[in-house]
Design a binder for this molecule. Structure first.
Ligand code: MSP
Length: 636
């Protein structure tokens, strides 16, 4: 069987800074590629940034920046972040690069020449957030179901790709290739999309409305629709149509994305490839969504950045391990610092770290810090080595079935069984009994187990695994044979703890949730330490306000919309309190409001002001007044 794999992440939009969601997919792909390398595969791993389109153009305008300069800046944030998370892509593609634009033009020309692109007038509801038109049927209460804002009605002439003609072909292809889209739930979701008639895809935007994009090769009054541009990255980066890498890697392509972008990947992309005469990708692997402390991660809620800070606090490798272990591929998962610490202490510190520590220490104490020469193996040694072999044999199928968390669990099971083996064989008793030959066999076997666990965990914890190898006097590489040779006589270092245990998740400024704040960890920390002048404080206008109306914001867990009476004015605010307060409780309450905060949109609702609350260990507690006061009373 050919051992080759091409792994891709989505290319990320640069209208926002990277957060845990982007980090997850990219770490996952890095881990997958390192595991495949371990199995002897030739691998190629691509990531990058998606830089054209309305969203980016508006973000650049919002930052008073030329789109190209803005793109350079944010794209660099992504590119520079990955090595700090021990991610090593082979290439980083930007859709603003000439090598990419050239291929987009080529693909467009080809499909145009085949007569599968036509010009027509079209009117539709357009959501800028989604960068797509909606039909009336798809809107919920007249609003975009994702962004909860009313889309603009746009009527214009555009170019369309005859995607509808590929509907039957695609249905058949998905049916004939059961693992084309996986896990199965996403394959089923795709087939269910395809039950409705597939519409032709609008693939252009008039340049007069959006100048930031790749001009259509057959009409430069238009730029290419951002999805038609972005998806092509997967082939432009590897030299479509006749580059070496394209020939070598396209047929073994594995796209990894989350469920949010299933439709473009499962429907548009295969149809585009078919129209361009290119074989479809091999697999689309779709994972679930991370929430943060059971809430959707969102910039507005200010809960998106902390996880990257946690990687600094607990170590990058532990962070990678947690992400891979706590998400079952395809399902949603929740991120919390508490879970990370539990995982860290139980698996990495107790099971694996402890195994390395006790074995190096015993070799230090009983074998003059040299790997001992083993004697003949006995039944318990053979049994434990067989369990390691079983794990190694199960790896290809676990990987092919995207069972990353099961694979890690199996590695940990071997680490746990190895600790038990050491307890049962009691090298300390063998030493006391002066049974040196048996002592050496047991410690050699135990060292082999510890090194093997370190090696197998290496794709997830590359730095810590390298440190573990170093303690046993050897150097680790991902492409090294799974059966690491361990030469008797090698010097062993002792006394270094790979994963010092963390007592409990300490409260940290990193995890304080700052409602409505943008992601700025440094500023947050600064806010704790820096002293301010009274004049600075006086800029914040605080008033007592009475809640007149309170209701939950549909489709969110946390948000509550309220009409409040400020004495001099009635206005609307939106606050993240719905998990802890019922709307009925709020009506009539006197709350404290920051009156002069710039207004902010949350889920399409404008919030003019912010209420204050204390974030206690057991939850939120609203700041209110001690004695009745009239709405509009000044607070200072
Ligand atoms: N630019 C498009 C993709 C084009 S690919 C040809 C895009 N970009 S994005 O910046 O919005 O990235 C979406 C992807 O980021 C998701 O598919 C997923 O890989 C990752 N994630 C972002 N938030 C996430 C979570 N909360 N949880 C898990 N992954 C998420 O869409």
């Amino acid at each position: 069987m050919e051992k080759r794999i091409y792994i891709t992440t989505p290319i990320y939009y640069i209208n926002a800074k990277p957060h845990i969601g982007h980090a997850y997919t990219t770490i996952l792909c890095d881990v997958a590629r390192r595991f495949y390398r371990l199995l002897g595969y030739e691998t190629y791993f691509l990531t990058g940034t998606d830089e054209h389109g309305d969203k980016i153009f508006r973000a650049a305008q919002g930052n008073q920046c030329e789109p190209s300069r803005y793109a350079d800046e944010i794209s660099a944030l992504y590119r520079n972040l990955w090595p700090t998370l021990h991610i090593q892509p082979d290439d980083f593609i930007r859709t603003t690069e000439e090598r990419h634009k050239k291929v987009v033009r080529e693909v467009l020309s080809l499909i145009y020449q085949r007569g599968e692109i036509y010009h027509a007038r079209y009117g539709g509801f357009y959501c800028t957030g989604c960068e797509r038109f909606y039909t009336e049927k798809e809107l919920v209460d007249g609003k975009c179901p994702d962004h909860l804002v009313e889309p603009e009605w746009i009527e214009e002439e555009n170019y369309f790709f005859k995607m509808s003609m590929y509907q039957e072909w695609l249905i058949q292809y998905v049916k004939d290739h059961p693992d084309f889209i996986r896990p199965e739930r996403y394959r089923n979701e795709t087939l269910s999309f395809l039950k409705d008639p597939l519409k032709d895809l609008c693939i252009s935007r008039p340049k007069s409305r959006l100048p930031w994009g790749i001009p259509l090769p057959f009409d430069d009054k238009y730029v290419t629709y951002v999805w038609f541009d972005a998806l092509v990255n997967y082939i432009s980066a590897i030299g479509y149509p006749d580059g070496e890498k394209f020939k070598k890697f396209w047929h073994c392509s594995n796209h990894f994305t989350a469920k949010d972008i299933l439709k473009p990947h499962a429907i548009y992309w295969p149809c585009m490839l078919k129209a361009a005469g290119v074989e479809p990708y091999l697999h689309l692997n779709v994972h679930g969504y991370w929430s943060m402390d059971k809430q959707k991660m969102s910039k507005t809620l200010g809960n998106v950045v902390a996880p990257l800070d946690l990687s600094r606090k607990y170590g990058v490798d532990s962070f990678r391990y947690f992400l891979l272990k706590d998400m079952t591929f395809g399902l949603d998962a929740d991120f919390s610092e508490e879970n990370l610490v539990k995982r860290f202490n139980s698996d990495l510190a107790n099971d694996f770290g402890n195994l390395v520590k006790r074995i190096t220490e015993m070799i230090g104490k009983y074998c003059e810090s040299r790997i001992p020469e083993p004697g003949p193996l006995q039944e318990p040694d053979k049994l434990i080595l067989a369990s390691l072999e079983e794990l190694v044999n199960s790896m290809p199928s676990l990987l092919d079935n995207l069972k990353f968390n099961d694979l890690l669990e199996k590695i940990m099971n071997v680490a746990r069984a190895s600790n038990k083996y050491v307890n049962d064989q009691a090298p300390w008793d063998l030493y006391k009994k002066k049974d040196i030959s048996r002592l050496h066999t047991v410690l050699y076997t135990a060292a082999k187990l510890a090194v093997s666990c370190a090696h197998l965990l290496g794709p997830v914890t590359p730095e810590k695994s390298a440190e573990a190898f170093d303690q046993f006097g050897i150097t680790r590489r991902d492409d090294q044979s799974i059966h690491v040779p361990l030469q008797p006589g090698l010097p062993v270092k002792t006394g270094e703890i790979l994963f010092p245990k963390v007592e409990s998740p300490p409260p940290s400024p990193d995890t304080i949730k700052t409602e409505g704040k943008d992601e700025q960890p440094a500023a947050k920390q600064g806010a704790v330490e820096e002293r301010i002048e009274y004049e600075d404080f006086a800029k914040v206008k605080l008033f007592a306000a009475r809640v007149l109306v309170a209701e939950r914001v549909p489709k969110t867990d946390k948000l509550m919309r309220m009409d409040i009476d400020l004495g001099f004015e009635k206005r609307q605010i939106v606050a993240g309190i719905a998990m802890e307060y019922a709307p009925e409780e709020m009506i009539g309450k006197t709350i404290v409001v920051v009156e002069n905060l710039k207004s902010k949109k949350m889920k399409g609702l404008e919030s003019k002001g912010m209420l204050l609350a204390a974030h206690g260990k057991k939850g939120l507690s609203l700041i209110t007044v001690d004695r009745p006061v009239e709405p509009g009373s000044d607070i200072s």
